[in-house]
Design a binder for this molecule. Sequence first.
Ligand SMILES: O=C(O)c1cccc(C(=O)CC[C@H]2O[C@@H](n3cnc4c(=O)[nH]cnc43)[C@H](O)[C@@H]2O)c1
Length: 210
Amino acid sequence: MTSYPILVVTAVTAEADAVRAHLDPGNVLVEAVGVGPAAAAAGTARLLAGRTCRAVLSLGIAGGFPGRAAVGGLVIGTRSIAADLGAESPDGFLPIEELGFGTSILESDPQLVKALQSSLPDAVSGDVLTLATVTGTAATADRLATRFPDAVAEAMEGYGVAIAAAGVGVPFAELRAISNPIGPRDRAAWRLGDAFAALRAAAPALAALP
Ligand SMILES: O=C(O)c1cccc(C(=O)CC[C@H]2O[C@@H](n3cnc4c(=O)[nH]cnc43)[C@H](O)[C@@H]2O)c1
């Protein structure tokens, strides 16, 4: 029986290389499409056009909410949420649901989540926020942590990949390795080596996905 490949979408080549080296290329296709939700959606849609895939994964590094996801650890996204898609108001942020323009929340496929959880038992599961701007102040981090009590991480692509996958009815999930805590910008504190090591270690779990 034909087994269609898994498509793994990353933002940058370094993320793609981290997992590609540990995978059977016939079974998993890994492509970097650029940083941010727009590049992620456009790149994923292009890769899915004229190709059948059994699942699509958004994969890469991310910021972790302190106390919820540790630097160097892995996060399995149960939902990918476009946290800045909506409108400001004097009474606070209004998500697109409240504006009547669709949904800012896309669920990961439960079977993919279950398979990842079973292959990666140390990973934390929870919501992963998608933002066009990396959080860089304690005030924004606190506001997001309050608005999204189940969020464990933020990155810049998951919702974009998910919307492209949903457009063609392909199961989606998000897997992230934490490179930095979410909070006041401190680029020197980013632990890219630890996060890339976690991505490399997670690669075999991708090949085992249903
Ligand atoms: O601020 C810098 O100097 C800088 C240099 C290189 C890369 C960056 C990024 O922001 C990379 C964004 C890239 O990584 C993901 N990511 C990692 N941590 C976070 C975060 O705390 N919040 C949002 N995104 C994050 C993201 O998915 C991008 O693909 C900055």
